[in-house]
Design a protein around this ligand. Sequence first.
Ligand code: CO
Length: 448
Amino acid sequence: MNQTLNEQLLDFIHRSPSMFHAIASIRAELDAAGYMPLLETEAWHIERDGKYYTVRNGSSLIAFQVGRDTQNCSFRIAAAHSDSPVYKIKAAPELKGPEEMLRLNVEAYGGMIDSTWLDRPLSVAGRVLIRNGDAVETRLFCTDRDVVLIPNLAIHFNRDVNKGYAFNRQTDLCPLFSAGKLKEGDFDAMVAGQLGIDPKNLLAKDLFLANRQKGCVWGAAGEFISSPRLDDLQCAFSALRGFLAGERENGVNVFCCFDNEEVGSNTRQGAMSTFLKDCLKRISGCLGLNSEEYARAVASSFLLSADNAHAVHPNHPEKTDAENRCFLNRGIVIKENAAQKYTTDAVSRAIVREICEMSGEPYQLFANRSDMAGGSTLGNLSNIQVSLHAADVGLPQLAMHSSYETAGAEDTASAVNVFRAYYRADLCIENDDKFVLRPSAGLKGEKS
Ligand code: CO
């Protein structure tokens, strides 16, 4: 059973070489489950017992399932992110030389481990804007083969490379595009050719390098799963599956996948944008909630911010806290930070614990070493626009921001069960001090 789910996860990630493709992969699952697309630019008509989603910028998505009953309405939200650290190709894509060679001109999107991108064939993926008559249209683009590679410098030219080497992103990381057969302009010609359009109708591009290496389950005992973009597509996939299995009778279930987490979320479609607030307000308006009822709904709502966590590294256990640390294959991680980079507090931790116990799945607690700044994520940033009870969770993984990351083969299934329990549970937040949490009928003991 786990194997099948892992294969589905790896397939989902393989179909998602850019944030735009990740949203397309999520849309495909929502379409298959009968969710209706809504455009932000059009009037919304939302019915009780209906299922909908909307997309901003092609790279962020919010799906919601409205219960039959919206008396004492609240929102049950989970949010993950669609983007991963990667190199973006600049608008003028080619660097000429030396001699007849062509390289691509790239810059970093987010904080990747540079060395993991070298010496591996890479493809190009993202979106392009094309002219079609008097309209300008967006098309997804992904080369169907590997087209570039960033070659390392031979050790003979860089004798100290094994003592640690700082890659210069302007000079060391330019992908090789041609040894001489292609000429300047052929990158855009390749893109236009694959799309079957005249290159003069190619107006603009948001294109990124992509590692097409397929993910796999590995290990003598099949304990590991490795793939590009596990951060954060593993959480996006798990939360989505839980959402699709978690229909609720009362209130509104919401699934979010935001772009731009890796560059700070402060964009039109990022977690710091008004996207979630705009959606919740529109849903409330369509359901006939007045502003007083909307404020009450938000006050009794909950957000699970889902982004992968650092598992104890086998060669560097000293990098994690001695006790508040997590391991592969021991289930979902509840993250905490005194400075509130993670939203978890005692109230939300208690709720997540109860949900994990209700689902029959294990959970782990994570906090950074007190002498090390950890990463940040989208939960506290999302709370700037819509302030909710919230907790930060994630799945344990190794080598975060490598172009090929590793996680536990058992954790995805466990997370799906937790998200499903979350979306199904009867959670009533009466005030800041008291909540009531009951499993929905038939939940206990059920497994995905
Ligand atoms: Co992440």
